[in-house]
Design a protein around this ligand. Structure first.
Ligand SMILES: NC(=O)C1=CN([C@@H]2O[C@H](COP(=O)(O)OP(=O)(O)OC[C@H]3O[C@@H](n4cnc5c(N)ncnc54)[C@H](O)[C@@H]3O)[C@@H](O)[C@H]2O)[C@H](O)CC1
Ligand SMILES: [K+]
Length: 500
């Protein structure tokens, strides 16, 4: 699914209004209807909705929502700043709502202390995508008070105070939502840590904006939705044999760090690789042969790897637990100098490359790098925030013709053609040592099975996160461990095969 910027969303609005055709007021009604439906499914009939309306169209959504909820039989209070002039559509919806005797209107700047009923919900319809500056004055004071209240908080379209496409100033006032009801598209602000922390759970509501516009409008940012994953996934053909599913080699491990090699190898096996090998030092022989009996052992060194030479017909994932021995580093550099095939590079392999700025030029084109933020910094330099980090990743992916998988809550994949894909699966239970090793195994296995590099990167990151979501469901975010992700891969494939 494409991600659009605020100006593109406005263009999409205008196009829909002109071409459907539909009036802007009717579009607002659709938005409010979608919100009212969502809220009445989510909360009980006893709920009192306290709707805070601004003076733009976000406030207009709020006024319309108040009316629609009231007509569904709900208790509704509206709070606004009566000193402000309303936008045209907000004004119409204000007028349509204000004469309903059952809805109480208050001026929020005149309320000393909010006294809400027990089953209250707070709705933020103060500012939407039209915000052009940090919020100050009465609205800022209001948001600070609302943020302290313990009632469920819902933002309409975007939490007030956030910009859709960029980071806000650290000190600016932002409504802190438990859930955000947004229209039609994901916004970048939902997907980055600095801004996403204000959004709670995101719910994208369809308001029927023009599919013609959405198809034709160019965007370089996307979310990996399930539809895209299903297009990529290829179920196994019945008349096939192990030779159809490639050869995966996981080069990983050193004395004391064989667990990383085990996790990556097991993940490669459970992702469907036809033949799987562990390239590891002799000290890992028994460990790997016992924990991964389906994989073959390729000895390369005693306590650490001293050579990365493999046959031409394999796909190689390198990095987990390699350690910091000079001999391993030199062997990897020598291997990279001679290699022109796609690799998956993680962990210590990235640290070898980060040692010298020229080393990035040794990365074979179309390789996948999977840095976490610190590894990314070591490779490509520091940035102010995650939006800038992603821009730098985009530049580097283009310049070096590689895929950069920036590991994050919503992992981002920057591609050589300058696109960015945000992943939506995964959770904080995966923020544990070993999760990255599992990802490397998954990605290498998919490449070996002939998925294109782009397909492997998008599908692999999604699979990893989905396995994490299943593991969290079964074990909790606290207790789940990376081995649980591997164990859940089977359920993820079953899910892809059974549900539509
Ligand atoms: N396609 C859709 O997504 C639809 C969205 N809708 C809703 O419309 C808003 C966007 O409305 P807009 O009037 O453009 O912006 P706001 O409501 O955010 O109002 C901003 C309002 O306030 C002024 N302003 C901006 N920044 C500040 C500031 N820092 N302090 C004070 N005032 C400020 C600005 O000049 C405007 O006058 C979108 O988010 C949706 O909620 C439609 O209802 C349906 C289609
Ligand atoms: K809002």
């Amino acid at each position: 699914m494409k991600i659009f910027t605020s100006p593109q969303i406005r263009k999409c609005d205008a196009f829909t209004i002109e071409n459907e055709p539909v009036t802007s007021l009717a579009l607002m009604e659709r938005a409010a209807t979608a919100c009212a439906g969502w809220l009445s499914r989510k909360f009980s009939g006893e709920t009192v909705y306290n709707i805070f309306c601004g003076h733009g169209n976000n406030g207009g959504d709020g006024f319309a929502l108040a009316r629609l909820l009231y007509h569904k039989g709900c208790d509704v209070n509206v709070f606004m700043d009566s000193a402000q002039n309303l936008s045209a559509d907000a004004e119409i919806n204000f007028k349509r709502t204000k004469d309903i005797s059952g809805i109480e209107f208050s001026d929020f700047s005149k309320v000393n202390k909010f006294q809400f009923e027990k089953e209250s919900v707070i709705i933020d319809a103060l500012f939407g995508t039209g915000l052009n500056n940090a919020i100050e004055g009465k609205s800022a004071e209001l948001i600070k008070v609302l943020n302290e209240l313990k009632f469920p908080k819902i933002s309409i379209d975007i939490p007030s105070g956030l910009f859709a496409d960029e980071v806000s100033d650290k000190n600016s006032v932002v409504f802190k939502a438990d859930e955000t009801l947004s229209f039609q598209f994901w916004k970048k602000a939902f997907l980055h840590a600095e801004t996403g922390q204000f959004c709670g759970k995101i719910n994208i509501l369809d308001i029927g904006l023009s599919s013609e516009f959405i198809e034709n409008e160019i965007s370089d940012s996307f979310v990996i939705d399930e539809g895209l994953v299903r297009e990529i996934y290829r179920p196994r053909q019945e008349f096939s044999h192990k030779g159809n599913f490639g050869k995966t080699v996981i080069a990983a491990g050193s004395s004391g760090k064989m667990g990383a090699a085990v996790l990556a190898t097991q993940a490669a096996l459970k992702t469907g690789s036809g033949l799987t090998f562990s390239l590891a030092p002799q000290c890992g022989y028994e460990i790997l042969q016992t924990t991964c009996p389906e994989a073959m052992f390729l000895k390369c060194g005693q306590d650490f790897i001293t050579s990365f030479e493999v046959d031409q017909d394999v796909i190689l994932g390198i990095g987990p637990g390699l350690g910091t021995e000079r001999e391993t580093y030199n062997a990897l550099l020598a291997f990279l100098k001679a290699c022109d095939k796609t690799l998956v590079l993680d962990a210590d392999a990235l640290n070898v490359i980060a040692e010298n700025t020229d080393h990035v030029n040794l990365i074979p084109k179309k390789s996948i790098l999977t840095p976490h933020p610190k590894e990314f910094e070591r490779l490509f330099g520091t940035t102010e925030n995650s939006f800038e980090r992603l821009n730098l990743a985009k530049d580097k992916a283009k310049q070096l013709e590689i895929y950069i998988v920036l590991k994050d809550h919503h992992t981002q994949i920057a591609t050589p053609e300058g696109k960015v894909f945000y992943n939506l699966t995964g959770n904080s239970g995966m923020a544990k040592g070993g999760s990255g090793d599992v990802l490397l195994g998954i990605l290498t296995s998919l490449l070996a099975q002939n998925y294109s590099v782009k397909e492997a990167a998008l599908f692999g990151v999604w699979l990893h996160g989905k396995a994490g979501d299943f593991a969290a469901e079964n074990h909790s975010k606290e207790a789940m461990i990376p081995s649980d992700l591997i164990a859940e891969l089977g359920n993820v494939f079953k899910y892809l095969n059974s549900s539509q």
